[in-house]
Design a binder for this molecule. Structure first.
Ligand code: ZN
Length: 135
């Protein structure tokens, strides 16, 4: 058996936004820090996995995204309090919350889908034969 290839780890593939089944094809058309980062492929360019496995599948990503946002806002507000010690102005916290939500929106959008596909969808398990396809 040849060992000329190494299978990328689950975490690395998830962070890179690779297809959960083959860990080779990209899920998104553009890198995270790009204005086009919202665009997702319909199917994996490498193994042809249909990402939206059923209509409305990505609605579930909203719950993941919600959990992300709550965690980020709590962190941001605690951080703001630690840095400024402010307990008077609700506007400070509101501004921080809005800024954090806007800045992290592309991140939340992308990684809520990644988490959904990697860890909440058993059908999308990694399969070595798809990874090896074309290698
Ligand atoms: Zn794939």
């Amino acid at each position: 058996m040849s060992t000329k290839y190494t299978i990328p780890s689950e975490w690395k593939s998830a962070v890179d936004g690779k297809c959960p089944r083959c860990r080779t094809g990209n899920m998104f058309r553009a890198p995270l820090l790009s204005f086009k980062s919202k665009k997702m492929y319909d199917t994996c360019p490498h193994c042809d996995l249909k990402f939206e496995k059923e209509p409305g599948y990505f609605y579930a990503a909203m719950y993941v995204s919600y959990a992300f946002v709550v965690a980020e806002l709590v962190t941001a507000c605690v951080g703001t309090y630690i840095l400024t010690g402010n307990l008077e102005s609700p506007w400070l916290y509101l501004s921080v919350a809005v800024a954090v939500s806007l800045i992290l929106a592309p991140f939340n959008y992308r990684y809520s889908r990644v988490v959904l596909m990697y860890w909440m969808t058993p059908q999308f398990k990694f399969q070595e034969r798809y990874f090896l396809k074309g290698k």
